[in-house]
Design a protein around this ligand. Sequence first.
Ligand SMILES: [Zn+2]
Length: 328
Amino acid sequence: MKKKFIITIDTEGDNLWEVRNSEKSMSRISNRNGAYIERFQLLCEKYGYIPTYLTNYEMALSEPFRDLARAGVKDHKLEIGMHLHAFNSPPLYNLTDRRGGNKAYAGEYPLAVLDKKIEYLTKFLEDNFQTPIKSHRGGRWYIDAEYIGLLAKHGYTVDCTVTPGMDWRDNKGQTQDSKGIDYRGFPKSAYEMSAREPARHGKSGMVEVPVTVKADLSVRKYARAMLWGEKITFGKWFRPTGNNLNELIEIVEWNKKKKTDYIEFMLHSSELMPGGSPTFAYEWQIERLYDELEELFAYMSADYEGVGLADYAARFLTKGKQGGFSCR
Ligand SMILES: [Zn+2]
């Protein structure tokens, strides 16, 4: 049986890597990359893959993307999910402490405020794209147990924020003691999440489908880390740079031998536009990205078939209830 190929696209404004955490900077966020998504969609359709566009607030306002997505949803050629950038998603809420110096994580807001942000964006996406919203990825790779509880309350069935083996604690948020999540020791394959800490296996009704990350822990690297006291958290994730086809194929080969029944790819919509990200600043880099994607997608088509996140999660929960799956 073929494994599932889950394509996740964080669909967000142009070059947010360069947007600072200030009102002025945030008010200038543009969404021009919405006009560049169609080429990627057509490539997916060529192989029958069904990308999930995890969409944030400003991209729900992009007309070219909205038109493409509405038609695609009707034809079951794509899925729309939510990508919440809590720092820039209505209703806005002013966290006065700015000593972290970075954009706020969802967990820095009072729970009632986060609840309102989820409620607002869910409805906004459902109205704009005329489809139920069931899948989610947290901004800045942030998810916690209370957040999962809120998502379940708002009808979500699946999240894909976990990056197994990666530790984001060095990345501060906006407030003084804020930090990212440490995903070392988290499951590498799908599982039902808990809405209580630690947010791992549980019965929230929400399925976590972690991004595919291959541990990259050579003996040399381990020895270096021991010697210099460096953190050993680096993994190779299934994410194209336009110059890493061999690495992506190596991850596919590794994934084929694993027990897991899926592989999960990630990219930002802004990375599909020249100048939309630091990785793809020029047109030739975008062309090279598409050359590599074409080769990768064709290569995978013998062993993998496309599925949207919500469909994957629905099947996962049914399988679990029939006893066909053990939560390990
Ligand atoms: Zn994002």
